[in-house]
Design a protein around this ligand. Structure first.
Ligand SMILES: Cc1cc2nc3c(=O)[nH]c(=O)nc-3n(C[C@H](O)[C@H](O)[C@H](O)COP(=O)(O)O)c2cc1C
Length: 304
């Protein structure tokens, strides 16, 4: 490979980028950043990677960091207006919905059942909040395609923490788990019985809300997390994620991670709807096109 160097100012920018990580992981990231920058520079035929080219590579990095936070650190060091954190009055930003959709030819086979059962799990405590609004739209879309839908509001239910007793992996328990709560009373059964599962949650402190994470811990009780699933066992899924920060890609690491977690359970996410800059309760309703995206995703997860 061509020996590509970094310009002096690009080297300085690398140091600024690295301040976004705690010292214990900083050196690991230095190697990754330099390696990717040099490969990218070589692919563009550059002898030297300048500042602009270096910053372009952020979008190529592995997804372990909130890239908005990084770009903010760089802008701040230059006295530019991109800010750390988020405020309601950041010029140029509006609450907006984005979506990903699996290509129709790559989707898993549609269930042959006449009426599909779509079960949705809401991991936000706010009725009428951003996540709830998008979820209702997605469920409207699913109903328009003929599905029967049910919304499970986790915050209203009694869902205890996993105790780590491991009985679920060792014994054939009637209700999957030894804990007596709404998981064993109804939620395991609803998970097992649905044809399509939707999980909707806000970003809380850089990850999924704790109530959604707790629900996932308890799904371990199903006692079956194979590395691979038989094709005919797979079910379709969708995901909704909302957050307050302005960047549309700010939490794509969490979205992808959660899509992978659902795949552990044989749920293959084929529609993802996410909303950035949700700085107030219900503000996402102002993005009318975004609401249509959520509706469309609900229709497609049933029809395709
Ligand atoms: C406890 C808490 C932590 C949050 N952490 C983040 C965060 O780390 N990043 C972010 O962009 N937004 C964060 N937010 C903002 C929410 O993700 C955002 O407002 C979301 O749309 C709330 O969803 P809801 O309206 O459905 O409740 C946080 C909100 C709360 C209440």
């Amino acid at each position: 490979m061509k020996d590509v160097k970094l310009s002096d100012s690009a080297k300085e920018t690398v140091e600024i980028m690295l301040t976004a990580w705690p010292a214990i992981v900083r050196e690991r990231w230095r190697d990754k950043i330099l390696h990717i920058a040099k490969l990218y520079g070589a692919s563009k035929g550059c002898d030297e990677v300048d500042d602009k080219t270096l910053i372009e590579t952020i979008d190529l990095w592995p997804l372990s960091e909130n890239k908005w936070r990084l770009k903010s650190a760089i802008a701040k060091s230059r006295g530019e207006s991109l800010q750390m954190g988020f405020k309601k009055d950041m010029p140029g930003f509006t609450p907006s919905v984005s979506s990903w959709s699996a290509p129709s030819e790559k989707r898993i086979a549609k269930s042959k059942k006449e009426k599909l059962k779509v079960t949705a799990v809401l991991g936000s405590p706010r009725k009428g909040g951003n996540t709830d609004i998008l979820l209702d739209k997605m469920l409207d879309g699913a109903q328009s395609a003929g599905a029967e839908t049910e919304k499970i509001v986790l915050s209203k239910l009694d869902i205890k923490f996993c105790t780590g007793c491991d009985a679920c992996t060792k014994k054939n328990l009637e209700n999957y788990c030894t804990i007596k709560d709404d998981m064993t009373r109804e939620l395991y059964k609803k998970f097992v019985d649905c044809d399509i599962l939707i999980e909707a949650f806000p970003i809380y402190t850089g990850r999924e809300s704790a109530m959604l994470a707790n629900y996932h811990d308890r799904l371990y009780g199903l006692g079956r997390l194979p590395w691979t699933w038989e094709t005919e066992e797979l079910r379709k899924g969708a995901i909704i994620v909302t957050w307050g920060a302005p960047g549309k890609s700010s939490f794509e690491n969490v979205i992808e991670h959660h899509i992978n977690l659902m795949a552990w359970h044989g749920i293959i996410v084929e529609e993802a709807v996410y909303a950035s800059f949700c700085t107030e309760k219900g503000i996402i309703a102002s993005d009318e096109d975004g609401l249509k995206k959520a509706f469309e995703a609900g229709r497609k997860i049933v029809e395709l």
